[in-house]
Design a protein around this ligand. Structure first.
Ligand code: FMN
Length: 411
């Protein structure tokens, strides 16, 4: 299948010039030790204060959903085809009329700039340099206008309360900034119960406690490389992009209140956004096929099947399990998957189950934490190289040649 649906198939692989064979990009010495996405995640665990690493890597309550994202991949094995001429293979995928160089992107991750210096900018610039999509979060700490300038192809992700008086001006601001793709996250009706954060001392708003001070003092690379550097160069971080105007600072007690009535967000609000936003509109966090049917009737342009990286409702299944059923009812609209992708083989399994595109979260932010933009670019290269190699090994030349016939349930 293709990202645009069945009508718009990409050029057959056989017509691709053999000259499009990839050669591995040169790796600077300070990045050479990172050989897989897991290497970045391990390094970020050392670099960050425990409370921030817990926020980045953790799930919710028992971590059932976080673990299900990995379990769901482990339940599938490949049945590769042999003797396929794979010299014309490539990793390009088209989505919403744009051809990306790799079959994956970077999803929205709030508070990135608290973990990596200028985190949102770093992620979006790396995505632009490598020609993959990046979604900026409503909970980000750098103004959306600045992100749009750095990467005119970036997408915007909203967290919205069920209040038209806040929805309309926010949508207008996003349009004015030039965003052409709007993602409404629909699985954050309330803040989830992330006990690990509370145990580690990570609270929103951040409280200037002894624990925070001590964790900063024992992680000087983060303290000086991110926190004090941010304060010195840009001042106290604010939630810049939840509304039409600037939100509260990260230390503010007003923060919970600023979230508003997110539990009141419902279908009429999606209709309202659809009427107001002229570009591509997606919903993120959908798991039930009936919701896909309803959103399709309202006129959304695509779906992000996701359990929010196992960070919201504990027990919510991995979106991978729902992918085939959702693709069936999506009527050719792109169905995008995220959650637990750590290897090229995971990307391939998601595509074989019907994904039109996938997003990879924690490892990309981890790369930004430890090596900034060059680190994220290295992480993108590594994953892209894995997919490129795996295509040959499975016997295919392009992502749209993958289908369920390449998979077997092993558990
Ligand atoms: C630190 C962090 C912050 C996140 N913030 C947001 C957010 O602001 N909005 C959102 O829709 N999803 C958010 N997510 C979820 C991601 O967009 C994505 O669904 C998830 O990370 C995918 O799983 P993965 O990290 O296993 O790849 C966040 C995830 C992480 C790890």
């Amino acid at each position: 299948m293709t990202a645009e649906g069945p009508a718009q198939s990409r050029a057959p692989a056989t017509t691709q010039a053999l000259s499009q064979k990839r050669s591995a990009p040169p790796v600077p010495p300070h990045l050479a030790k990172f050989l897989s996405l897991a290497d970045f995640e391990r390094a970020a665990a050392k670099h960050l204060p425990k409370m921030l690493h817990g926020y980045l890597a953790g799930g919710v309550e028992t971590d059932w959903s976080l673990e299900d994202n990995r379990r769901a991949f482990a339940e599938w094995g490949f049945i590769p085809r042999c003797l396929v001429d794979a010299r014309s293979r490539h990793t390009r995928v088209s989505l919403f009329g744009k051809e990306y160089s790799a079959p994956f992107g970077i999803p929205p991750m709030g508070s990135s700039a608290l973990m990596a210096y200028r985190g949102d900018l770093v992620l979006t610039q790396a995505a632009r340099a490598k020609n993959i999509p990046m979604i900026m979060s409503a909970s980000s700490l750098i103004k959306l206008e600045e992100i749009a300038k750095a990467n005119p192809d970036a997408w915007y992700q909203a967290y919205l309360p069920g209040e038209p008086s806040r929805i309309e001006p926010l949508v207008d601001r996003v349009i004015a900034a030039g965003f052409k793709t709007f993602v409404l996250t629909v699985d954050v009706q309330v803040s989830s119960n992330r006990e690990n954060n509370i145990r580690n001392g990570y609270t929103i708003p951040l409280k200037p406690t002894f624990k925070l001070f001590w964790q900063g003092a024992t992680h000087p690379q983060w303290a000086f490389g991110t926190w004090f550097r941010t304060l010195k160069n840009h001042g106290m971080p604010y939630f810049e992009n939840m509304d039409a105007g600037r939100g509260p600072p990260i230390l503010s007690r007003e923060l919970e209140r600023a979230f508003g009535a997110r539990d009141g967000l419902s279908w009429p609000h999606l209709e309202l956004i659809r009427k107001r936003f002229p570009g591509k509109l997606l919903i993120k966090g959908v798991l039930h096929p009936d919701d896909v049917v309803r959103a399709k009737e309202i006129g959304v342009d695509g779906f992000m099947v996701s359990n929010h990286g196992g960070r919201q409702l504990d027990g919510a299944v991995s979106g991978l399990r729902m992918l085939p059923e959702i693709v069936k009812v999506a009527g050719g609209l792109p169905v995008i998957y995220d959650g637990g992708i750590r290897r090229g083989t995971d990307v391939m399994k998601a595509y074989a189950l019907g994904a039109a595109f996938v997003f990879v979260g924690r490892p990309m932010l981890s790369a930004a934490v430890v090596r900034g933009q060059p680190g994220v670019e290295r992480a993108i290269d590594l994953l892209q190289e894995e997919v490129h190699r795996d295509l040959a090994l499975i016997g295919a030349n392009a992502m749209d040649q993958l289908g369920p016939e390449f998979l077997v349930k092993v558990r």
